[in-house]
Each structure stands twice: as C-alpha cells, then as structure tokens.
Design a protein around this ligand. Structure first.
Ligand code: HPA
Length: 259
C-alpha cells in the first residue's frame, strides 16, 4: 500500500458525468493498491484554491465500473492512505420529491439502503481478519457528517449556488433504473432522491472514521415521479442535466475550500 503523510484538505469522489476536476493544478496521479484491492482508478491530487485536493472517479475515468462492482472499500482506503480525512461524495441521482427535480443540487441528511450483495463493511475478509477481527458497530443514525454538511450548505450560500438542504437518499442496487412501483414504494418510505452509489460508501466512510457528505446532482425525475409519468430516462438526458447542474460546482468548491 503506498503511503504519504502530506495531508489532503478535501477528497472529492466524482459520480456519473463528473470524471475530473478541471481546475485542479500541479496534479500528481497515484495508482494505489490498498489492503482491500484496487480503487476504481488513479487518485489525482493537486492544488485547488491554495488547498490540497484529491479526486477519484467512482466509476473509473472511462465509466467502466458499474455501481454494484465498485470497490468502495478500496476507493475510500486509497483516499485515506493519501491523507484525506474529509470526503465530499458527488452522486448523480433521480429525483422523487417535488423539490428535487432535474438539475437541482441537494445535500441529503438521511439515507435508506436498498442495495444487496455488496461488500458493505470493513468487517469482512482481509485486512480485517488478520488484524484481530474487531467487530465495528458504528453509530449511523446521522449518516452524513454534520460539520461537513453544514460547511457544504454554507459554501453554496456564500457562492450563490442554489442547493436544497436535506432530503433522504435511497440507495438502489442498479445498474438498471427502478420500476415506477419501486419509486412509489420509495416515496412512501420517505425517499426524496434515488441513486445507486450512496451505499455502502457512506457506511464505510463512517467505519473508516472519515468525515463524509453527499452532494447529490439530480439528473432526471425518477421513474414515474415527474410530470410525464410515461417519460423514458435516457443516459443522454442524465449526462446533459448533470453538465448543466454541475456548472455551480467550481464556485461551491472554492467557497468550501475557504471554510
Ligand atoms: N435512479 C437511480 N440512479 C440514478 C437515477 C435514477 O433515476 N438517475 C441517476 N442515477
């Protein structure tokens, strides 16, 4: 496992449609092998507004890793190994609640996990087994780190970027999108947003002791949730809306890094 002791002020994990941080300067690339295996791709570390920032594309830079096969443990461990203590996760999502239409940015405060069959804890396999096998029961009542969420919300306000404060993220298995009945059920459960990558990432971040917050980018109405219940969701619409919604990200990140 490669190590470095130069601290990273913020790590950013990019989701669908966000594969790099264009403004990152003096970039070093780190191809790491962690105790959990290989991350989705190289971690790019560089300078942004006078801070050290790490960036990792969750699905790989060519979007080659589907949500259920992402090595979430290796991704987070690689960022931590490089010195990150705070992770801002960008997640492309569908909107369920009426305040969460396409192109909205949101910072959810709750989540429900509908994923299955993913390696969702550090307490499985190596290096856990040979390091004594302590069983972790981390508190997860508030799944996102309050201080980091608050900083994101204040940064958006300072930067004049519209951001919905709060909401419940429902994490589904994918890679297929949901049925309309599944979205009706998720709405009944209290979900405002639906995405495929919010878990186990948030839970693993808590197990690793990392501060973690989600910045959700709404790409589409979830199945049947929008004004046209027969709308078909296309990847092109998703990418187009992410590109538009991401326009405020550089200013938001700049303000966040000033905090
Ligand atoms: N469902 C799940 N994940 C998503 C969606 C969706 O509608 N849009 C973007 N990611």
């Amino acid at each position: 496992m490669g190590t470095t002791d130069s601290a990273i002020d913020l790590a950013v994990i990019g989701g669908t449609g966000v594969y790099r941080l264009a403004a990152l300067q003096d970039v070093e690339s780190h191809e790491l092998e962690t105790g959990y295996g290989r991350p989705s791709g190289p971690v790019r570390v560089g300078a942004l507004h006078g801070r050290r920032v790490a960036f990792l594309a969750r699905h790989g830079e060519g979007h080659s890793v589907p949500p259920h096969l992402i090595n979430y443990r290796a991704n987070l461990a690689a960022l931590q190994t490089l010195g990150a203590r705070r992770v801002l996760a960008l997640n492309t999502v569908g909107g369920i609640g009426e305040r969460f239409g396409p192109r909205v940015l949101a910072c959810p405060d709750q989540l429900i996990d509908y994923t299955w069959g993913r390696v969702s804890t550090l307490c499985e396999g190596e290096p856990w087994a040979s390091s004594g096998g302590e069983v972790l029961h981390v508190d997860f009542g508030e799944p996102y780190t309050r201080t980091l969420r608050t900083a994101v919300i204040e940064a958006a306000r300072d930067a004049g970027v519209a951001l919905v404060d709060g909401g419940c993220y429902g994490a589904t298995q994918g890679p297929r999108l949901e049925t309309r009945a599944e979205i009706v059920r998720m709405r009944r459960d209290g979900c405002d947003l639906v995405g495929m990558t919010g878990m186990p990432e948030a839970g693993l971040a808590r197990e690793l002791g990392l501060d973690y917050a989600c910045l959700a980018i709404v790409a589409n109405w979830a199945a049947g949730a929008g004004p046209d219940p027969d709308e078909v969701i296309t990847l092109q619409d998703v990418l187009d809306n992410v590109a538009v919604a991401s326009a405020g990200l550089p200013a938001l990140l700049a303000a966040l890094l000033e905090h």
